[in-house]
Design a protein around this ligand. Structure first.
Ligand SMILES: [Zn+2]
Length: 373
């Protein structure tokens, strides 16, 4: 056994000083002194076969060998540590002033950004953004908005119906057919039903219609403003729309209201804004381009018609004073309160602002859109 122990120590003396790094040293330690697999443990297992006197001598020798190996390991460990510290400044220096690695960045989708901008513009004049269901009952989408079952006005909103067990236990509002909302106006009566007056709401949400072409997608976004208070007039509506148009499109843009018909407003208007391409004149010419004064309209022979607007005005969306029947649906007395509402597509204003000709480009999953943003 003595010979085995000496051999073990000789091996250790040879190998340990040669260990190139800490990891190799750890492996050697385990090899020599490991409690289960170590070589010293293996040798000492033979102690049991010796006589008591021999065992005492061999045991002492084993301990001495163990201490020698531990000293060898500690010395080598100290040496490796000193070497690492000596070269640390060289090996691990970091230039804190070096520019960082640029990571690929995404961007907010133009439609999402437009929604944030629109909400912020209305928040500045006291409108609070609220959310209402994008899948709703026939009642809130049509009936409460002065469009009873079977009314032809519903035909304008070709929409999607959800397969759904009808009935609702006789509850008219929640029962009946369920639709993917074709407009955000379903939020009007829902907002009124909260019972908090006055109302200054801007509801922005997804809408669905069975249409697809250059200006329509089956899913799109609308924003809808609703104000209900005492002594509200068309002047307030016009002022609010003027404010929005100037804030979103630019100070030089003007608006006009054209009489129209919607079931849930009376009177109703279509809103037009002045064309940015021809400055609202309807004509383009080198000498008149950029002129924003309507009074300086050039004669036909001096200019060509503006292809963007053809008339100086672009259609923006619909608006009007809330119909008394809608106020009644929302539990509001039309003799004491009046309101105005307006709403149109988020994609539409985005396209008008940036001159995008086809709405489908917004949803074509072309990453160049995001890079351009
Ligand atoms: Zn124009």
């Amino acid at each position: 056994m003595r010979e085995q122990l000496d051999q073990l120590l000789r091996d250790a003396r040879e190998k340990i000083p040669m260990a190139p790094d800490m990891a190799a040293l750890d492996v050697l330690e385990l090899e020599c002194l490991g409690r289960k697999q170590g070589t010293l443990t293996a040798v000492l297992r033979g102690l049991g076969a010796l006589s008591e006197a021999e065992r005492k001598v061999a045991g002492q020798h084993g301990n001495a060998v163990k201490q020698d190996i531990e000293q060898l390991l500690a010395a080598k460990r100290a040496e490796l540590t000193r070497a690492r510290i000596a070269t640390l400044a060289q090996d691990e220096w970091v230039d804190m002033t070096a520019p960082g690695t640029t990571l690929p960045r995404g961007a907010v989708h133009p439609v999402s950004r437009a929604i944030s901008e629109i909400a912020a513009i209305f928040e500045r004049i006291g409108f609070i953004r609220s959310r209402h269901p994008e899948v709703d009952s026939d009642y809130y989408a049509f009936e409460a908005l002065n469009m009873p079952v079977g009314h032809p006005a519903r035909d304008e909103w070709e929409t999607f119906f959800v397969a759904h067990a009808t009935g609702g236990g006789g509850k008219k509002k929640e029962g009946g057919r369920i639709v993917l909302t074709p407009h955000t106006s379903n939020g009007q009566v829902r907002e009124m039903e909260k019972g908090l007056l006055p109302i200054r709401m801007v509801n922005i949400g997804k809408c669905y219609r069975r249409q697809i072409d250059a200006t329509h997608t089956p899913m799109f976004h609308q924003f809808e403003g609703l104000l209900v208070d005492q002594d509200v007039s068309v002047t307030h509506l016009k002022g609010t729309i003027d404010y929005f148009v100037r804030a979103y499109f630019g100070e030089e843009r003007r608006t006009r209201l054209r009489p129209y018909h919607f079931r849930f407003t009376e009177p109703s208007f279509e809103i037009d804004i002045s064309c940015a391409v021809c400055g609202g004149t309807g004509f383009l010419s080198s000498s008149f381009r950029g002129v924003r004064n309507e009074g300086s309209r050039p004669s036909q022979d001096q200019a060509t018609k503006c292809k963007t607007c053809k008339s100086g005005w672009l259609e923006l969306g619909g608006a009007g004073m809330v119909h008394p029947n809608v106020l009644v649906s929302g539990g509001i007395d039309p003799k004491r309160h009046r309101g105005f509402a307006f709403g149109w597509g988020v994609e539409r204003v985005l396209m008008m602002k940036y001159g995008i000709s086809d709405i489908r480009l917004l949803y074509g999953n072309d990453v160049r859109w995001l890079r351009a943003c």
